[in-house]
Design a protein around this ligand. Structure first.
Ligand SMILES: *Cc1c(COP(=O)(O)O)cnc(C)c1O
Length: 358
């Protein structure tokens, strides 16, 4: 086994979490969101673990193509759609479904002269103001795409919730209500809920849910952890101690000497740093597990290494496993230490980290 950092991916946790999705939204179809290298978990292997999903959602064409290259023949939705005629040709050849969210994309479809018909999801902006047609523009788009011979019958409808992770936000109620009113009489399939929508806003479930982060066992909410919803962390990031040293009381550790030993201390050096996607923003005093015991980081995160105060793991030796997040140390907690959200931590592990599947 390598001594560098490893992200161990637990495929049974991925499958279990898909089961949790089904439990929360028993009547909805599931578009498993696996963009950004499946949130750092590895695109194709994650898709294989989640093969029970009804479709996969990725952000970009290249991600869809990577899945096809790996032999995944499942339904794949491109959440940002396409931008050129050549893209549309590829989409037709590969059978991808596309989100349509701009007038430019409508025009591309109207002009396209291929033999096939595209399966489209029309995205409506109900208040996020990122992607999607404004409500007042939707009827015209609906008409244009329904009369377009390169578009298959019954386009589906999608919107995205801006504040579903705020459990009592009126914005979510307002977004869902606007969406429902707009599409009520059309009788086509609809989708609004991301993980937070799925867990906290049953009225947003509709015909399709689009879970991302919860599939990886991570809570979409700022408070609490995935375990509160019976989710299991799919990624455990770990490395090893590559050195253990004695530091005398009063001596300083690491760049800038920002940590000072209050007494003679054993310091472990672990092979992980910001060059692996372990953020430098994770401050001195933040937790890691050494031999399963919580220890504190001593001083600054460097590119390839961190220093750990081994006071709580006095038997620790070179070669011992160090867990940075995952089993036993929620990534949600580490995101708080890093001043970010867990999404960014799991997405951000670098090429240098070995990804292994169990
Ligand atoms: C990323 C994404 C999701 C998944 O969001 P999570 O918060 O990870 O569940 C759903 N829908 C769209 C359009 C997305 O871009």
């Amino acid at each position: 086994m390598s001594w560098g950092p490893r992200a161990i991916i637990d495929s049974s946790a991925l499958r279990h979490n898909l089961g949790v999705v089904r439990r929360y939204a028993p009547r909805a179809k599931v578009m498993a969101i696996i963009k950004a290298n499946a949130y750092g978990h590895g695109l194709a292997p994650t898709a294989r673990a989640l093969i029970g999903a009804d479709a996969f959602g990725v952000a970009r064409l290249a991600e869809g193509l990577a899945l096809r290259d790996q032999g995944l023949g499942q339904r794949i939705v491109l959440l940002e759609g396409v931008f050129t005629k050549d893209d549309l040709d590829i989409v037709a050849a590969q059978g991808f479904e596309i989100v349509v969210h701009t007038a430019e994309q409508v025009a591309l479809l109207l002009e396209w002269r291929g033999a096939k018909q595209h399966h489209v999801w029309i995205k409506v902006d109900t208040g996020m103001n990122r992607l999607g047609f404004r409500i007042e523009d939707f009827p015209g788009v609906w008409q244009a795409l329904n009369g377009c011979r390169s578009v298959a019958a019954n386009p589906k409808l999608m919107t995205h919730l801006a504040s579903a992770d705020e459990r009592d936000s009126q914005h979510t109620d307002a977004q869902v209500a606007r969406f429902r009113v707009l599409v009520e009489k059309l009788g086509v399939e609809r989708s609004a809920a991301n993980s937070a929508g799925l867990l906290a806003w049953p009225q947003a479930h509709m015909e399709w849910v689009r879970p991302g982060v919860m599939l990886y066992g991570v809570s979409p909410f700022a408070d609490g952890v995935g375990a509160a919803f019976d989710l299991r962390p799919a990624m455990t990031l770990s490395t090893r101690l590559i050195a253990v040293r004695l530091v005398k009381g009063g001596e300083r550790v690491g760049y800038g000497g920002s940590w000072t030993a209050s007494a003679d201390s054993r310091i472990g050096i672990a092979a992980i740093g910001y060059g692996d996607g372990y953020p430098r923003q994770i401050g001195s005093g933040s937790p890691v597990l050494v031999r399963g015991k919580r220890c504190a980081i001593a001083g600054r995160v460097s590119m390839d290494m961190i220093a750990i105060d081994l006071a709580a793991a006095s038997d620790a030796r070179v070669g011992d496993e160090v867990t940075l997040w995952g089993q036993g140390l929620p990534v949600e907690e580490m995101a708080t230490c890093a001043g970010t959200i867990p999404y960014e931590l799991i997405c951000g592990i670098s090429q240098r980290v070995t990804v292994e599947y169990r």
